[in-house]
Design a protein around this ligand. Structure first.
Ligand SMILES: [Zn+2]
Length: 277
């Protein structure tokens, strides 16, 4: 049984037959309590317009990865909101060379400062890959903690991220000690093809890494191992939400959720960087 709205099947989600139509439980919830994107936009824009009046060298922190979404967030901050963020990038030892090049080029283009923190998440990734689990949640938690530390050190309240999905019904979430996180792309519902169009005239090039990523070297391999173990992608929930929100076509989603084809160079590069796989 397949959901009539997203791409979930009975293999990945509870499916319910309602008045002769088939929905997954997440789509049913979505229909019952649809998120108000206009309200989300209003909340975010009010904060960002007020930030413009704030003093100090930077208006906010941007959690930056060199991937397409954080680059789009930078574009919005600079062009739409006329803000000067400090871009903070955590290089966990497995950011692709192309993503770092993209990060350097694009921050230079927008004349914003880039802080790169060097860390090593080899243990985390080896552990996740060995178990056939997704490393994404643990990795992004560690990265956000680093970015939060920078925000505290510089006494800044707002951390902007390039996440495209909201936290439930809001794009804003309170973190510890008065810091708040804003998922800047969430209220704008920018479609996948639209994103690439928006990046077209910027000094940014899409790397070929396998999986649905433009910066992470590990994701493709982690997806591959998970797929071998469970027979589906651990990104299925996120991708289903993208389809539900109209950000990704079903066809593209099916493609993204297939077992990824990892270029041999990615494997070589991972081993060269110390990942024992
Ligand atoms: Zn569904």
């Amino acid at each position: 049984m397949k959901c009539s709205i997203c791409i979930h099947t009975s293999k990945t989600k509870k499916i319910i037959n309602k008045n002769g139509k088939v929905f997954c439980i997440d789509c049913l919830n979505f229909l019952k309590y649809p998120p108000n994107f206009e309200l989300m936009k209003k909340e975010v824009e009010e904060i960002l317009h007020n930030l413009k009046k704030s003093e100090g060298r930077y208006h906010c922190i941007l959690a930056f990865s060199g991937g397409k979404d954080s680059v789009l967030a930078l574009k919005l901050l600079k062009e739409k909101f006329k803000l000067n963020p400090l871009c903070v990038m955590v290089d966990n030892n497995y950011i692709s060379k192309e993503a770092i090049e993209n990060a350097l080029k694009i921050t230079k283009y927008y004349e914003v400062d880039l802080m790169i923190l060097n860390r090593d998440y080899t243990d985390l990734f080896e552990d996740a890959i060995r178990r056939g689990e997704s490393p994404c949640r643990r990795c992004s938690k560690l990265i956000l903690r680093e970015v939060w530390r920078v925000a505290k050190m510089l006494n800044m309240k707002y951390i902007i991220t390039g996440h495209e999905l909201p936290f439930g019904h809001s794009a804003i979430r309170k973190m510890k000690e008065g810091v708040e996180m804003i998922r800047l792309l969430a209220p704008y519902k920018i479609k996948e093809e639209e994103k690439y169009k928006m990046l077209k005239n910027l000094p940014w090039k899409k790397p070929n890494l396998g999986g649905y990523t433009t910066n992470c070297l590990v994701l493709g391999v982690a997806l591959e191992r998970f797929y071998e173990k469970y027979g589906f992608s651990f990104e299925v929930d996120r991708v289903a939400t993208l389809v539900r929100f109209g950000l990704l076509s079903k066809e593209k989603a099916e493609e993204v959720l297939k077992k990824p084809d990892i270029p041999e160079e990615v494997y070589k590069e991972l081993r060269r960087r110390g990942l024992n796989i």
